[in-house]
Design a protein around this ligand. Structure first.
Ligand code: NAD
Length: 339
C-alpha cells in the first residue's frame, strides 16, 4: 500500500541491490525490475505521479518526459554523462539532476588504457588467430608486430577527472603526455609533467589519442575527417567518452585507408553497434560494448551514489553530485522550496 508520507521514485530498470535498499528506506519505489531499458511510452506512463526518476544513460529524459511528470523534483542518473537528459529544460523547470562523477573515474581510465594496450599489441587479433587454429609457427621475427606504448606520445582530449587518471597511468609507462581542453589546467601541467597543446597540434604530434570530453553540441563530431587526416598514419585513437564525439563514418574510412593505424572503441554513434557496422570487419580496431565503468565495485558505487543524491534532494539537502547547480538559483528566484 502506498504511504502518503514517502516521496515516490520511478526506477527505470534493474539496478544493483545496494541502491534499491537505500531508496526503499526513504521512498516508495516504483521498480521496473527488467534489464533492458524501458520504451518511451512506458516511461511516460510511469512518471505521472513521481517525485523522482532514477535512470541510466539509455533512457532519454527529454521535455516530453518531464512534462508528463508535473511533480518531478529530481532526476538521478547512474552515469557521469548527462547527454541523455535535457539539462536546460530541467533547470528551467527547477528539476535537480544528480549524477555519478568521480566514482567511475579510475575504472574508466583502466579501460582506456586496456584498449590502448590491446590495440597497440594486437591482443584481440592474436587471441582470434589462436582460437581459429591459425597459429602455425611457434615464433617468427615478423609475426604479429605491433606498436610500443611505453615511451610514446599520448594526446588526451579533455583533461577532466578521467583524462587526469589516464595521464597518471601514462606516466607509469614513461609516456610523454599532451592534452587539449577548453580550460587550461596549469597547476596540473607542473604536477603531472604534461603539456598543453591546441587540438590540431596534439593530433599531429601524438602516437595515441584518448578522448575524455562529455558529449555536448560543441563536442559532437569533434573528431571528423579533417582531424583524422591530421593524425599520424601510425597513430591509434581511443574513445571511451561518447560515440558521437567521433564521426564514425570518417573513422571507418580512416581505418580502411590507413590514415591512422588503429582504434580502440568502447562507445559508438549507435548503441548497440549494429552487427552490419563496417567496424566489425576491420582487423585494426578493438571493440568493447560500452563497459567503461563496468566493474562490480564501481557499478555498486555508482548505483549507491545516484540513490544518495536523489534522497538528499528529497530531504531538502544539497548533494555533492548535483549536476545543474544553477537550479538552486532558479528555484530561489521562483521561491520554490527544495521539497
Ligand atoms: P569531466 O567533466 O571531469 O571532464 C571533461 C573534460 O572535458 C573537462 O575538463 C572539460 O573542460 C573538457 N571539455 C568539455 N568540453 C570540451 C570541448 N569542447 N573541448 C575540449 N575539452 C572539453 O568528466 P569525466 O568524469 O572525466 O568524464 C568524461 C566523459 O566520459 C563523461 O562525460 C562521459 O560521457 C564519459 N564516460 C564514459 C564512460 C564509459 O562507460 N565509456 C564512463 C564514464 C564516463
Amino acid at each position: 500500500m502506498r504511504s502518503k508520507m514517502k516521496p515516490i521514485v520511478y526506477v527505470t530498470r534493474t539496478i544493483p541491490e545496494v541502491a534499491l535498499v537505500l531508496l526503499k528506506q526513504y521512498c516508495e519505489v516504483v521498480y521496473r525490475d527488467e534489464v533492458p531499458p524501458p520504451k518511451k511510452e512506458d516511461i511516460l506512463k510511469n512518471v505521472v505521479n513521481v517525485d523522482a526518476i532514477y535512470c541510466t544513460l539509455n533512457e532519454k529524459i527529454d521535455k516530453e518526459v518531464m512534462d508528463a511528470s508535473p511533480r518531478l523534483k529530481v532526476i538521478g542518473t547512474m552515469s557521469v554523462g548527462v547527454d541523455h537528459i535535457d539539462v536546460e529544460y530541467a533547470t528551467s523547470r527547477g528539476i535537480y539532476i544528480v549524477h555519478t562523477p568521480g566514482v567511475l573515474t579510475e575504472t574508466t581510465a583502466d579501460l582506456a588504457f586496456a584498449l590502448m594496450l590491446a590495440s597497440a599489441r594486437r591482443i584481440v587479433e592474436c587471441d582470434r588467430m589462436i582460437r581459429e587454429g591459425k597459429w602455425k609457427l611457434a615464433w617468427a621475427p615478423t609475426m604479429m608486430l605491433g606498436y610500443d606504448v611505453h615511451g610514446k606520445k599520448l594526446g588526451i582530449i579533455g583533461l577532466g577527472r578521467i583524462g587526469v587518471a589516464v595521464a597518471k597511468r601514462a606516466k607509469g609507462f614513461n609516456m610523454k603526455v599532451y592534452y587539449y581542453d577548453v580550460t587550461r589546467r596549469r597547476e596540473l601541467e607542473n604536477e603531472l609533467g604534461i603539456e598543453y597543446m591546441e587540438l590540431s597540434q596534439l593530433l599531429k604530434e601524438s602516437d595515441f589519442i584518448s578522448i575524455h570530453v562529455p558529449l555536448t553540441s560543441e563536442t559532437r563530431h569533434l573528431i571528423s575527417e579533417k582531424e583524422l587526416r591530421m593524425m599520424k598514419s601510425t597513430a591509434i585513437l581511443i574513445n571511451t567518452s561518447r560515440g558521437p564525439v567521433v564521426d564514425e563514418k570518417a573513422l571507418v574510412k580512416a581505418l580502411k585507408e590507413g590514415w591512422i593505424a588503429g582504434a580502440g572503441l568502447d562507445v559508438f554513434e549507435y548503441e548497440p553497434l549494429p552487427p552490419d557496422s563496417p567496424l566489425v570487419n576491420l582487423p585494426n580496431v578493438v571493440l568493447t560494448p560500452h563497459i567503461g565503468s563496468a566493474s562490480y565495485d564501481t557499478r555498486n558505487r555508482m548505483a549507491q551514489y545516484a540513490a544518495e543524491g536523489i534522497i538528499k534532494i528529497l530531504r531538502g539537502e544539497e548533494p555533492d553530485n548535483l549536476y545543474n547547480r544553477d537550479v538552486v538559483k532558479i528555484r530561489a528566484l521562483h521561491s520554490v522550496k527544495m521539497i
